[in-house]
Design a protein around this ligand. Structure first.
Ligand code: PGU
Length: 397
C-alpha cells in the first residue's frame, strides 16, 4: 500500500469554507424552508459587467470558427494580458504570470521552496496560506497576532525567525489596509532576515484612499524580496470564470543566487498549461478603460453593501472593523466564542457568516461578514440583525 503524505495529519480535516458549506447544508436539511442569507464565503453575486461579458461571449463564439479557434496558449499567459497587468502594476510583462486564480498559485508556490521552511502569517489569516504550507511540508507556522490593540499590524521586528511571510492587504478577514510606512517596515525586516514576502493583493482595487498602497512594489526595495498575487475574482466577478496572476520580479533571488522568476517560469510550464483563453479575453476587457470603469462601479456597490452592514451592526452596539477600503467586516463579540456566535446567527437570524477563529487563534471572539450579496438580501439581513439583536440579550454579553 502507498503511504499517505504525513503532512495531512497536521491539517484540520476540513478546509474552513468547505466546513461552512457543510454546516449550511446541514441546517437547510433540518430547516428546508429557511431563507438563508449567505454572508459567509466571499463569493461575488452581481452579474459580470456588460463590456467584459461581451468579450467572453465573443471569444467563446470565435472558438467555434476556423479562424478564431486556438488551443494551448503560452503557459505564462496571453502577452496582451500580461502587458496590461504589468502596466497597471508598474512591473515588466516578463515578470507577470497569468493563472487560473490566486488560490491555485498559493498552492503552486509551495513547489518553489521545498520542505522544512518556517512560515509566518498574520493571525487571523486567509487559511489557504497555512493549509497549503502544511501540505507542502513547512516545518512551522508562526502566527503574528493582528488585533485591534496593534492596529491589525504585527510587531514584525519581534517575530521569531521565519523564511516566508504571507501578508494580505486589504486584509482577509480583518479588512485592515497597511500603510506605506507599515509596508516599508515589512520589506526592511524581510530583507534583514533573508526571507521572502508573499504579498496577496487580491482586494487591492477596493482601496479608495489614494494615500494607501495598492501594491507591494510601491515600496522601495520590495522587488528584491517580494512576490505579489493578484486576482480577477473579486474585482470583476471572476470567482467562477477563474483568472489571476502572480508577479515575480527579476531582482528576487534565492540564498544561492538563483533566479526565483526562472523557477516560477519552470513551474508555470511544468505544472500548468495556462489559464482558459476565454477567461483571458475577459481579463483583457477588464483592464481596458471601459471595462475598468464598469468594474469600479461594481466594487463601489459591494463597498456600499459593506457600509450598510457596518452601520447596522454599529447601531446594534457592536464594534466593527474593516469596510471602507476593503470588502470584509470584522465584528467583535467580546467574551463570546466565534463558533457560538456563528451558530446563533445561523439558527436565529438565518444568516451565514464565518467564525473568526477559523482564520487563526487571534480571530476568537470575532465573526467575519462578507458584503457580497444582492442589495435586497443585504437590506433583509440588516432587518434581521436589528430584530435578532433586540431579542437576543446574549449577543451583547
Ligand atoms: N486571496 C485571498 C486573500 C482571498 O480572500 C481569496 C478568496 C483568494 C486569494 C482566492 O482567490 P481566487 O483568485 O478566486 O483563487 N477568498 C474567499 C474564498 C475562500 C476560499 O478559499 O474558497 C473568502 O471567502 O475568503
Amino acid at each position: 500500500m502507498v503511504r499517505r503524505n504525513v503532512n495531512f495529519t497536521r491539517l484540520h480535516p476540513v478546509y474552513l469554507f468547505a466546513d461552512i458549506a457543510k454546516q449550511k447544508a446541514a441546517f437547510l436539511l433540518k430547516n428546508p424552508h429557511a431563507q438563508l442569507i449567505s454572508l459567509g464565503i466571499g463569493d461575488t453575486t452581481e452579474p459580470i459587467v456588460q463590456t467584459v461579458d461581451q468579450k467572453l461571449v465573443e471569444k467563446a463564439q470565435a472558438l467555434g470558427t476556423m479562424r478564431g479557434y486556438s488551443g494551448y496558449g503560452p503557459e505564462q499567459g496571453d502577452p496582451l494580458l500580461r502587458e496590461k497587468i504589468a502596466l497597471a502594476a508598474g512591473v515588466k510583462p516578463e515578470e507577470v504570470f497569468v493563472s487560473d486564480g490566486s488560490k491555485c498559485d498559493i498552492g503552486r508556490l509551495q513547489h518553489l521552496f521545498g520542505t522544512g521552511l518556517k512560515v509566518a502569517v498574520q493571525d487571523p489569516t486567509y487559511p489557504a496560506y497555512v493549509d497549503n504550507s502544511i501540505i507542502g511540508g513547512s516545518s512551522e507556522i508562526i502566527y503574528l497576532a493582528c488585533q485591534p490593540e496593534n492596529g491589525f499590524f504585527p510587531e514584525i521586528e519581534k517575530a521569531p525567525p521565519f523564511d516566508l511571510l504571507y501578508f494580505c492587504s486589504p486584509n482577509n478577514p480583518t479588512g485592515a489596509v497597511a500603510t506605506h510606512a507599515q509596508l516599508e517596515r515589512l520589506v526592511k525586516e524581510v530583507k534583514c532576515r533573508g526571507a521572502i514576502l508573499l504579498f496577496d493583493a487580491a482586494y487591492s482595487r477596493y482601496i479608495q484612499d489614494p494615500t494607501l498602497p495598492r501594491s507591494i512594489f510601491e515600496i522601495a526595495g520590495a522587488r528584491e524580496v517580494a512576490i505579489e498575487l493578484g486576482s480577477f475574482s473579486k474585482i470583476a466577478g471572476f470567482t467562477g470564470v477563474r483568472l489571476g496572476w502572480t508577479i515575480v520580479p527579476e531582482e528576487l533571488h534565492y540564498e544561492e543566487g538563483g533566479s526565483v522568476r526562472a523557477d516560477w517560469q519552470r513551474i508555470a510550464t511544468t505544472c500548468f498549461n495556462g489559464a482558459s483563453n476565454i477567461a483571458q479575453a475577459g481579463g483583457v476587457a477588464v483592464l481596458e478603460p471601459q471595462g475598468l470603469q464598469e468594474v469600479e462601479l461594481q466594487i463601489a456597490f459591494y463597498l456600499e453593501n459593506a457600509s450598510l452592514l457596518k452601520d447596522a451592526f454599529e447601531k446594534s452596539g457592536f464594534t466593527v472593523y474593516g469596510g471602507g477600503n476593503a470588502p470584509y467586516l470584522w465584528i467583535h463579540f467580546p467574551g463570546r466564542s466565534s463558533w457560538e456566535v456563528f451558530e446563533e446567527l445561523l439558527e436565529k437570524a438565518h444568516i451565514v457568516t464565518t467564525p473568526g477563529v477559523g482564520f487563526g487563534p487571534a480571530g476568537e471572539g470575532f465573526v467575519r461578514v462578507s458584503p457580497y450579496g444582492h442589495r435586497s438580501h443585504i437590506l433583509e439581513a440588516i432587518q434581521r440583525i436589528g430584530r435578532f439583536v433586540n431579542k437576543s440579550a446574549s449577543m451583547k454579553n
